[in-house]
Design a protein around this ligand. Structure first.
Ligand SMILES: [Zn+2]
Length: 169
């Protein structure tokens, strides 16, 4: 079973894994801050499992290019990111039957914050409680779920299998 750890423990682990890189998303994509569990990737984006989550089953769509503003991102890349996030939302609905699925870009062109890398990305998050509000999901104050390697692999493989099926007419 995934384990709930405190915000302080999560932040300590992140620093221990990769220090404080200039761009956390670039560091993640380059494997400089521990393992990456990739559900899908093409030449422009990666769909992956973030390894510190408020809701088990959370995925994120990250462009491979280091873009920090929507202007820099441009229409074509943004639409591609959204199209992958849309398919990921269907995947999560189908496999996890959550009450809701949040689709959110929380990035900002300021500085690296926890779960808010400047590098543009979109979170796709299954929400299982009817009582949950965005303020409950987008905080680490109540703890963060982490998995063992085998648990991440099992989740990734379940998602990969759905992704493959969804592409087959
Ligand atoms: Zn970056």
């Amino acid at each position: 079973m995934p384990t709930l750890i405190s915000k302080e423990e999560a932040l300590a682990r992140i620093v221990a894994e990769g220090g404080q890189p200039a761009c956390l998303m670039c560091a993640v994509l380059e494997g400089r801050v521990g393992g990456i569990y990739t559900v899908f990737e093409d030449e422009r984006v990666v769909l992956m499992l973030p390894r510190y989550v408020r809701c088990w089953g959370h995925v994120a769509v990250v462009p491979k290019a280091h873009v920090v503003t929507f202007e820099e991102c441009g229409d074509e890349l943004w639409l591609h990111i959204q199209s992958v996030a849309f398919r990921a939302s269907r995947m999560i609905e189908s496999l996890r039957s959550p009450k809701r699925v949040y689709n959110t870009s929380t990035g900002s062109n300021t500085r690296e914050l926890t779960q808010t890398s400047r590098h543009i990305h979109v979170h796709v998050i299954p929400v299982d409680s009817e009582e949950d509000r965005p303020s409950d999901v987008f905080t680490w104050s109540n703890g963060i779920w982490v998995g063992e390697h085998d648990e991440w692999v099992a989740l990734r493989d379940e998602y990969r299998a759905w992704w493959q099926r969804s592409l087959t007419p």
